[in-house]
Structures are given as C-alpha cells and as structure tokens.
Design a protein around this ligand. Structure first.
Ligand code: GLN
Length: 241
C-alpha cells in the first residue's frame, strides 16, 4: 500500500512548523510498512493534483494569503475543487482552511477572493484569537478530543453546506462565538490548529490516514503503534485546558 501526499504551498503557508504534520503522517505510515511519498507544490509549480491521495495545506499570515492569490486562480483552484469532489483527503490548517472558502476580508479591509470549494467565509477582527485550545471532533470525524494551538484574526462562519470538524471545549475555534471548530466536508478536514497538530493527536492522524487508504484500497486496518509519548503530550495539555 502507498499514499501519495501533496504538500501545497509549503513555501508560503507554513507557520509554527505546520509541515510537521506531513512528517507525522509519513512516519506513521512507514512504521506500519506502508509507503508514503511527499510532493511539494509551491507557487508556480505545475498545477495538477491528479494521482494524489492526500493534500496538506498549512497556515499563513494575511500577507502570504494575498501573495498566493494569483497563482491559486491560475488553475490550482479548479484542481482543488475537483480533487475535493472526487473524495481526496485534505488536511488544511488556518490560512489554508480559510482558502477553501469563498473569501477572507482582513481586519484592515483587504479582500482575498478564495476558491469557494467549501461553504464558508472569513472576516478579520481586531482581536486575535490566540492560545492553546481543545475541541471534540464530530462522530463522523473520529470523535477524538484534539488539543491544538490557534492564532488567527479571521472569524469563520460556516454555511449550511458543510459541518464543523468539531465542537470547542476550551478556546475560540472558528469565531469565538458559536463553539464550532474547523470544517468537515466529504474527506476535507479544516482546522485552526497549528504546528504539531498531528504529533500530539495521533488518533486524528490515524483517522485521516485511514480515510485516505480506504478511499484508495476499499479497506484499511492500521496496526496500533506505541503512542505513549504522544498521548502523554496530549493528556498533559488536555488537563491544563
Ligand atoms: N491570516 C489569517 C488570520 O489571521 C490566518 C492566520 C493563520 O494561518 N495563522 O486569520
């Protein structure tokens, strides 16, 4: 078995070590004897997403989100939309999550017209939503309690065409108001959680890998790993929150 992973915009969307999530997915596959390849798709690179099983997009500041717009609308937008509709698994973080929605209006009035792949939009507020936080994934997103770190000014509102990834237990989540966190649509999972999201949430990591493997091979059982260190980190933060 093999998963082909695409790391989209690693050059501009990579805050707080978001790429650690790609390393985590790769290692957890390899430890089980499953092959993994990672292809980077920076600004200007060929746009095709065909053949990929899993696409990762990290987060970025308002500036970087504006920088990539031209490249995004040169064809990557259509590629992303068709991969999503085709059931490819996506993990998108913060700025990358906002990018799948219809637009982001920054707190100082600049508008980023995004791709409208998902029924959501984001409006910047003067107060940044920063800190460690936790949320519980919905039952069809594995149901695990996830600990993460968020830092965003954008307040995201979900439309009726999508579900949240989970419910906020502590912290802000999508907007600090309605307790929703992230988005879940088909096999797309978007979240505000930066940095080492997957290393300290191995259950979520395995859920994503299983989703991608099952789409490709019909069935996939992931052998258990020794997650003592990962779960220690997870439980410590969970207790603090
Ligand atoms: N620039 C966006 C915001 O502030 C996204 C931030 C991020 O990716 N951390 O909402």
């Amino acid at each position: 078995m093999e998963l082909k992973i695409c790391h989209m915009y690693p050059d501009v969307l990579n805050l707080y070590g978001d790429r650690g999530n790609v390393m985590c997915m790769t290692r957890r596959l390899q430890w089980r004897g499953i092959e993994a390849s990672v292809t980077k798709l920076p600004i200007g690179a060929g746009k095709s997403l065909s053949g990929f099983d899993l696409v990762f997009i990290g987060g970025g500041q308002d500036f970087e989100q504006q920088v990539l717009l031209e490249d995004l609308h040169r064809g990557k937008d259509r590629e992303i939309i068709s991969a999503i509709e085709d059931g490819v698994t996506f993990l998108t973080i913060c700025g990358g999550f906002q990018m799948l929605g219809s637009y982001y209006e920054t707190y100082d009035g600049k508008r980023c017209d995004f791709i409208g792949a998902l029924d959501l939009c984001t409006i910047g507020s003067k107060t940044r939503m920063i800190g460690n936080y936790k949320f519980q994934c919905g039952p069809d997103a594995g149901g695990s309690v996830v600990v993460g770190f968020e830092n965003h000014s954008g307040k995201t509102r979900l439309g009726s065409g999508v579900k949240p990834l989970g419910t906020v237990l502590a912290g802000y989540g999508n907007n600090g108001e309605d307790k929703t966190e992230g988005v879940h649509y088909k096999n797309v999972f978007g979240t505000y959680s930066h940095g080492p999201l997957l290393p300290k949430n191995p259950e979520l990591c395995d859920f994503l890998l299983k989703t991608a493997l099952e789409r490709k091979y019909g069935r996939a059982e992931l052998a258990p790993l020794d997650d003592k260190a990962e779960l220690f980190a997870h439980d410590e933060m969970c207790a603090k929150l």
